[in-house]
Design a protein around this ligand. Structure first.
Ligand code: 5RP
Length: 223
């Protein structure tokens, strides 16, 4: 029986195998955030001579990338890129995701928006029939925390401020527990429209293009 950590290593290796044949000296990759991505970065570093640079979605990933000697570009220097690689907290069969467990959702969504394709790398515990068991993270402007919380309460879940946590952008995170998310894209739009919300942790309006899923029987592909 593989542990979750072993599965993360397997999916990170599979992602590198998937990407290496596609890399050229001009390639810029978008890099997400989290424990799975940390392992992916460490594995990718062995092939750093095969691509040009990366765009990073967090201070955490930037530090790790730079420690490996991988060039991290400012996103403003990048017009487009083919692949963005990131983990997820939950993913459904239509490749809608909940992200932001690590609090990097806003930069993740921004960097992902520049990429043509999103490669999601998860272990099988993240694949769910319906999103909602994992608390939905929302990044908010600090002065709007209470007003946004009141609006989010109307959606039916329990709204919890991630007290003591500050995002890379200097903002707060609110997690909505106990939501049953039957229409992720509609909910993402609705939350996006609340004044004071910086980013909703649903990635459904634009989901993943491909997901690699590590399970006890090997790595499978969802697309
Ligand atoms: C960070 C994220 C991560 O992708 C998500 O939390 C999954 O992380 P991990 O690979 O550690 O399980 O969205 O904001």
């Amino acid at each position: 029986m593989y542990s979750q950590d072993q599965l993360k290593h397997q999916v990170a290796a599979a992602a590198v195998d998937f990407l290496v044949p596609k890399l050229t000296s001009d390639t810029i990759l978008g890099i997400g955030t989290g424990s799975t991505v940390d392992i992916f970065i460490d594995t990718l570093a062995q092939h750093k001579h095969l691509f040009k640079a990366v765009a990073s979605s967090s201070e955490r990933s930037t530090l790790r990338l730079q420690q490996h000697g991988i060039q991290v570009l400012d996103l403003n220097q990048i017009q487009s890129m083919e692949w963005y690689v990131d983990g997820a907290d939950e993913i459904d069969q239509l490749l809608h995701m909940t992200k932001g467990g690590g609090g990097a959702l806003t930069r993740e969504k921004i960097v992902a928006s520049v990429a043509k394709q999103f490669l999601c790398i998860v272990d099988e515990s993240k694949v769910v029939p319906q999103l909602g068991a994992f608390p939905l993270p929302i990044e908010v402007i600090p002065m709007a925390r209470q007003v946004v919380s009141r609006r989010l309460q109307e959606l039916g879940g329990d709204v919890v401020w991630r007290q003591g946590f500050v995002t890379d952008n200097g903002n707060d995170i609110i997690d909505i527990h106990g939501l049953s998310i039957s229409n992720p894209a509609q909910l993402e739009s609705l939350i996006n429209d609340i004044p004071g919300v910086v980013c909703c942790g649903l990635f459904a309006l634009t989901g993943a293009s491909v997901a690699l899923v590590a399970g006890q029987k090997g790595v499978t592909t969802l697309s």
